[in-house]
Design a protein around this ligand. Structure first.
Ligand code: SAH
Ligand code: SF4
Ligand code: F3S
Length: 467
């Protein structure tokens, strides 16, 4: 659904707070540094780029080293329990250095939207100074200014349980020049029975196409070659009557300079013929399609509230392949959903064999408070879940190996992303199918598209030679 925008007046007000905060920051610290810990999905990464953009406008400089930071942001994820536990561990580690660095600690993201998390922080983590949620990120400058200006040492908590409005025009610190993420919609209306996202991100809200197209054109002018469109359910993008995701894709396709367009995640139940048509006609839109399966059993899919059966999913993949023969698929799968039998799990393996996914992102089911699955019968013992997980992994690894072997000896067009993290003499980039390729070359190639011959495969990356 379309939604109101935050007014320009409010955005201007936040800029004023940023400028006033900058004054205080420059007096309070010699070299003010911030560190940001981003957990979870690409939406959180994109939100972190906004939080970083605002912090830099306020005079903070980024550091990777939390030990030297004067401000730390935890941008958290609630999707599975282990993600939640990690963040509390990391928070605890800051106890000793908080005082010494005159550090301000901010807790943001999806976990802030969960009442039991707020309770836990209030009870046991007095070191947290500011808590804000996913709906009011644009208010961060105001909150930080208030904190910097405070005489007493009171914690600021501002979390909304109503859906926030779309905002435009605040600073963004992009991590890369050649690639950029663009959030096109926020929230989710699907309520898959295992999932916390609809509770922590609210209902679907789509940005207006004009704003998205403007952002993409500006990025192209700045040298960006690849854009990644983000949303919890991108193909239910619906900013207004008569304009949908297919329209957006075809408008973005016309922007000069943008050569690769990717999107994640679409929902199989909403993947319609018009989107398949636009992809098939475009030579910019990636033919690697993320098609989250979750389970291969129609019975489990029903319990999950996914809105499709095994057969409908396979039929969709077939229709996509018919129109786009070079299409490749990646997927998400949950093992050990409550009530999943051995037979249900076999159905999942069956789909994995049939689909020959380029990549399977697999997860062990994790109970989430307040979801429908929490109350379902037949929760699966941990050892059964782990055993199924490793069987799925073995299958998926053997398919990946076959796929990787097929690349060896071929020539691939690669967008050069940067230096390899482990070896400065090696550059790293991606094939159009999203595979990482490492090769020797000079730094001037970063941001360019080049041809690389693949000489060997190493499970999670390919080794290449420039030709
Ligand atoms: N909107 C996206 C999913 C975002 S969450 C979609 O529908 O595809 C990313 C993935 O996390 C999901 O696809 C699912 O596989 C996994 N996930 C979500 N909730 C989970 C849970 N409670 N336990 C384990 N995995 C979960
Ligand atoms: Fe979660 Fe389902 Fe929404 Fe994806 S579509 S975010 S899995 S509720
Ligand atoms: Fe996690 Fe929130 Fe994304 S729960 S997966 S960071 S939307």
């Amino acid at each position: 659904m379309a939604i109101n925008k935050v007014s320009q007046e409010e955005i201007n007000k936040q800029f004023e707070y940023m400028h006033k905060a900058k004054d205080i920051v420059s007096k309070r610290y010699k070299n003010s540094k911030y560190a940001i810990n981003t957990m979870g999905c690409k939406l959180n990464e994109a939100d972190s780029e906004k939080i970083s953009g605002m912090l830099e406008e306020m005079g903070y400089v980024k550091t990777e080293n939390f030990e030297e930071a004067n401000l730390v942001v935890f941008n958290t994820c609630s999707i599975r329990e282990n993600a939640e536990e990690k963040v509390f561990g990391k928070l605890g580690e800051l106890k000793n250095i908080k005082q010494q660095n005159d550090m301000i600690i901010c807790f943001a993201g999806c976990m802030s939207q969960e009442p039991h998390v707020i309770e836990k922080i209030k009870k046991s983590y007095s070191l947290v100074d500011i808590i804000f949620g996913t709906h009011n990120i644009y208010k961060f400058p105001e909150m930080l200014f208030d904190k910097l200006n405070q005489k007493d040492n009171k914690r600021i908590v501002d979390v909304w349980d109503i859906d926030g409005e779309i905002y435009e025009g605040l600073p963004v610190k992009r991590e890369s020049k050649s690639q950029a993420s663009i959030i096109i919609m926020n929230g989710c209306n699907n309520f898959c029975s295992y999932c916390i996202v609809p509770y922590v991100r609210g209902r679907e809200r789509s940005r207006q196409p004009e704003d998205i197209l403007f952002e993409a054109r500006e990025l192209a002018k700045d040298g960006c070659k690849e854009i990644l469109l983000l949303g919890q359910n991108v193909n239910s993008y619906n900013p207004r009557e008569g304009y949908n995701f297919a329209n957006l894709l075809s408008d973005l396709d016309k922007i000069d300079g943008i050569n690769i367009i990717r999107f994640t995640s679409p929902h199989p139940k909403d993947f319609k013929g018009d989107v398949i048509d636009v992809i098939s006609k475009s030579n910019k839109i990636s033919k690697v399609i993320h098609l989250p399966l979750q389970s291969g059993s129609s019975r489990v899919l029903k319990l999950m509230n996914r809105g499709y059966t095994k057969e409908e999913y396979l039929d969709l993949a077939k229709r996509i392949k018919e129109k786009i023969p070079e299409a490749l698929f990646t997927t998400d799968i949950i093992v050990g959903f409550p009530g999943e039998t051995e037979e249900d799990f076999e159905d999942t393996l069956d789909v994995v064999r049939k689909m020959e996914y380029e990549q399977v992102f697999m997860f062990i089911y994790s109970v989430r408070k307040g979801t429908r699955a929490e109350k379902m019968e037949g929760h699966i013992p941990e050892e059964v879940k782990s055993e199924r997980f490793s069987r799925l992994k073995t299958l998926s690894d053997s398919i990946t190996e076959e796929i990787m072997n097929k690349y060896v000896g071929t020539t691939q067009k690669v967008l050069v992303e940067g230096e390899s993290r482990t070896n400065k003499d090696v550059l790293t980039g991606r094939t159009w199918s999203g595979r990482i390729v490492n090769f020797e070359g000079s730094r001037e190639l970063i941001g360019k598209e080049i041809e690389v011959k693949i000489v060997s495969q190493h499970v999670w990356y390919l080794k290449g030679q420039i030709i």
